[in-house]
Design a protein around this ligand. Sequence first.
Ligand code: DX5
Length: 216
Amino acid sequence: MSDSSVIIAPSILSADFRILQQEVESVEPYADWIQVDVMDGHFVPNLSFGAPVAKWIETNLPLDVHLMVQNPADRVEEFLKIGAAHITFHAEVVEGIEDRKALMQAIRDGGATVGIAINPETPLSAAEDVLGEVDLLLVMSVHPGFGGQEFISEVLEKVKEARAAHPDLMIQMDGGVDNKTAPLCREAGANNLVAGSFIFRAENREQAMASLRESA
Ligand code: DX5
């Protein structure tokens, strides 16, 4: 791990799956976490992969599992089994406080840290009831489902609001993060940045990740 003020998490959704392990090894020395985007084709208009694929990833870095699924409670067990260090579920699909607390407990009982995510159109208030208890808030800066989309700058207001209310909370941003948008994310208060296409499409992945850190 290099610079501790910001966590950089490459999203393997943009990696070449024919050589997934090689792709992970190409970013590992310069990254802090590896993000695994799990999409079910229901909550989001795309189908990615599950634990049967993710289990083959060999890395010393924490696996950050972003569950973009309609039924996260049904998926947690299998990702805990493959050693997920962190699991994030979406506020839009787990609305009741009891359900949220039960899911958070299940994730923590399995030894992972827990996060809650909000889509661009979802207000911060939709997650407020657990922001004092989760380890991470994920503010999506694209509509989830695909890599390579444009950054939605309007969501930065929610990051500022969350940072002001929760000074110690880890705030992650995901979607359209590159060397131009990363400084905006940092200024707003984010301290964990996910990037897919900017890193995996870069000619020099080390430099690409270094440029995201320069935003710190
Ligand atoms: C999109 C995923 C993101 C995506 C980021 O739904 O959650 O992690 O892979 O890709 P870029 O950085 O290309 O927007």
